[in-house]
Ligand binder design. Structure first.
Ligand code: FES
Ligand code: FES
Length: 152
């Protein structure tokens, strides 16, 4: 049985190594904070971190995460940057229906881990793969800038 390091804990996963991480999280482990949108790396709803970088868990097999660290929305606030992003999301009341938002928070956190003062273009570039059908993009950008300020 494969073992994944998820949110700092080695976790046996009763699934084939070719199973996408998204389904290991949701179906096998019951961690439903990570969402299914398209299943084809087109929407970003399934975004998690692999060693701190944003990846699409719907197309990434368990085998690709062997010996690496997965972080999901359930633990993002245990990290200083992730906490600042979550706080800014609440402050700006970013979420509308909320479906895309765990993926948005994971991508925003990954951005701020590598770019402490992102420009509008940096934000648009980093967030381009995260689709929001409710159109919360203006609030997302404001929240990312606010989180960057809080972390400065
Ligand atoms: S569900 Fe993975 S990118 Fe849409
Ligand atoms: S908040 Fe509804 S899809 Fe983004």
């Amino acid at each position: 049985m494969p073992t994944l390091n998820i949110n700092g804990k080695d976790t046996p996963v009763n699934a084939d190594e070719s199973t996408p991480i998204l389904w290991a999280l949701r179906d096998t482990l019951g961690m439903t904070g990570t969402k299914f949108g398209c299943g084809a790396a087109l929407c970003g709803a399934c975004t998690v971190h692999l060693n701190g970088a944003a990846i699409r868990s719907c197309i990434t097999p368990i085998s690709a995460a062997a010996g690496q660290k997965i972080t999901t929305i359930e633990a993002v606030a245990t990290d200083r940057v992730g906490k600042a992003v979550q706080d800014a999301w609440v402050k700006h009341d970013v979420a509308q229906c909320g479906y895309c938002q765990s993926g948005q928070v994971m991508s925003a956190t990954a951005l701020l881990k590598t770019n402490t003062k992102p420009s509008d273009a940096d934000i648009d570039g980093a967030m381009a793969g995260n689709i929001c059908r409710c159109g919360t993009y203006v609030r997302i950008r404001a929240a990312i800038k606010d989180a960057a300020l809080a972390l400065a």
